[in-house]
Design a protein. Sequence first.
Length: 321
Amino acid sequence: MSEFIIEAYRDSAANTAGKIYPLVRAAKLKSDFARVFSAHLGHLIGGGRFETEGLLVTGPSGTGKTTEIGALIRQFNSDKIALPDGSRARFAECVLKGIGTWKDLGKATATAIGYPVSSKARLTQSEIWDIVVREAKLAGVIGIHFDEAQHIFREKSDADRFAVLDSFKTLMKSHNWPLMLIFSGVPELNGYIKMETQLHRMLHRIRFNDINTPNDYRTIHEIVGSYALKAGVDVDPDLMSQDFFDRLVAAAAYRWGLLIEITEGAVAETQFTGAETLVRNNFTDWWVGKTKVSRVATPFTHSEYKTLYRKDHPFMDALDD
């Protein structure tokens, strides 16, 4: 066994990999996606030209957008739904963090559908998107998820933003092979998309909301219990208290994705120590390892945790500002 492998952390990660807690928002996401795809498939069967629709999923960083959408796309692709030409429908994914220009966007999109464009290729904007549409149709790619989409709009002139927005609209309105698009990102993304009114109109908008206490106490209870169950450990009754739930929510900056990340980490700490019960100290241990703060200053131990840890600064206390 390599000295770089800690079995408890490896096994904990392997045990939870690909497992998504079924939050209510996942059903909403799946329902809207199914509605858009069903209409898209119907248009393909009917023949003729059509404009497709898409989804705009926004929420603060750490709310779990990428995880939820990724799980949805994996499930969709595994269904291997037949298209009218006999090919199997699939969705591609493209991360836009670090993408600068419309040409970078086009090349990244082509790569996402399985057709990399040479960096030396001298192609116009129109030619790149023609390649994307052509190869998507040949591969049965009916849509693309653009993750972290706000990055391509930041620090750009309005003219450059409109060029990118026009590229997206072109994909959705293609006469040859309209592509369903899913955009995900932080709330500012909605403002960028609104600049192109036609594109904004074509999108179903979904907001990933913050954790709402006390309404979400039951869900938090189930998440902690389910991850402990997967790891084969018991849960200390102390972790089923309102005090602990409030501290866990504060630690997660009210974001579901971070709450699940922290819980997974605490469960891994339990397995690392060989304990049979998940306790509050496991959450403290994980937090100290993550942030290097004193044990007395974590959200799970400090008496003033609600003012020390704020929603807009995940994993940071007020003294770090």
